[in-house]
Design a protein around this ligand. Sequence first.
Ligand SMILES: C[S@@+](CC[C@H](N)C(=O)[O-])C[C@H]1O[C@@H](n2cnc3c(N)ncnc32)[C@H](O)[C@@H]1O
Length: 359
Amino acid sequence: MEQDTCHSLKIQHIPDMSFQKIKSIAKNFCRNLPEYVRDELYEQLERGCDLITTEPQLQQYIYSFGNMHEAKLNLAFDNVPKEIFDYKDIAVIDYGCGQAMATMVLADYFKENNYNIENIKSINLIEPSFRVLERAELYAYCLYPQTTKIKTINKFMDDLTKEDLYQEHSLVIHLFSNILDVESFSLEQLADTIKESKYQSELFICVGPYFGEFSERQERFDYFSELLGYKTIFSQYYSKGEWQNNWTCSAKILSNIRPNIEFAPVNCANRVKSVVSGTLKEFPETNKMSIRALVEGPDENGEMSERIVFVGWKRDAPVPEIGCRLQMTHWRNHDEATEGFVYTPIILDEDWKMPEKEE
Ligand SMILES: C[S@@+](CC[C@H](N)C(=O)[O-])C[C@H]1O[C@@H](n2cnc3c(N)ncnc32)[C@H](O)[C@@H]1O
């Protein structure tokens, strides 16, 4: 683990450590640099494809990509069936973890949504750059309780063995954050190694950019799911302009656990036309709130219509406003044989300019 550096000393003495705090340290560091230095650092990152080798690059990475990666991970975590995070014996494997951003966002998600973080018994960080891995371990150590065992694997993906991936815990959550599109490793070999490990119950959370339908890097994302052969329980792709801050997004969840509830996004062309007064519902268990609103856009049959529905959002997120675009998601509860649609806002920031350099 990174030790005896100013950063490690500082991080270890900040109470209630979170990814939010780590982002704000990176922001302070980068904002105090002259713009041309920041630009140079950004160029060095080459959009995250090369191995990071210096400390300023580590800070710039979090500053440039932290918000975007976090939003994609949270979109995926929001679509994990609730009972999965309630498993009492979870192992997490973060592949090509970089500074363990996915592992950190997961920790924040557990805390913010009142899941018991002590359910996570082990964190396994896989990363070929030793410098980056040392920092990932430091962050995981500060964000997770002492009861969570942290293991680091300083390897390239193609060198992984089933022994590296061995887990004695009953549920394994595999995190693939912005790594499946990296073309320097074999997806077939990785899928085989994971399958050889024969986990009892497993969940794959995969997020990254969306490169467009016919791109080879995008195909890797979908090909990996095919190789694993597990059921897709959530899948969502956004091109530029369809989601937050003009970011593109691919998010997919696969599992061999049969979920009670399955979610399937339908489209994102609905808008709030007006708010129907008088109803504001709070759901303390899920940390969600909802209002009744008049919505216009294509319905479940693709026909343009106006209808009154509940629009839900997370507590502390901005309240949906008139004109706000909505995601429509079809849900089906297998146990109770019920189904329906839920609507959630897609918040677009009109002032957004350069996501790569400014958050
Ligand atoms: C775009 S970054 C993503 C990092 C992290 N998962 C995140 O979401 O911030 C890609 C990461 O993959 C690592 N990487 C590159 N080639 C790799 C390989 N062949 N096997 C494993 N990791 C690799 C890099 O060192 C880098 O940390």
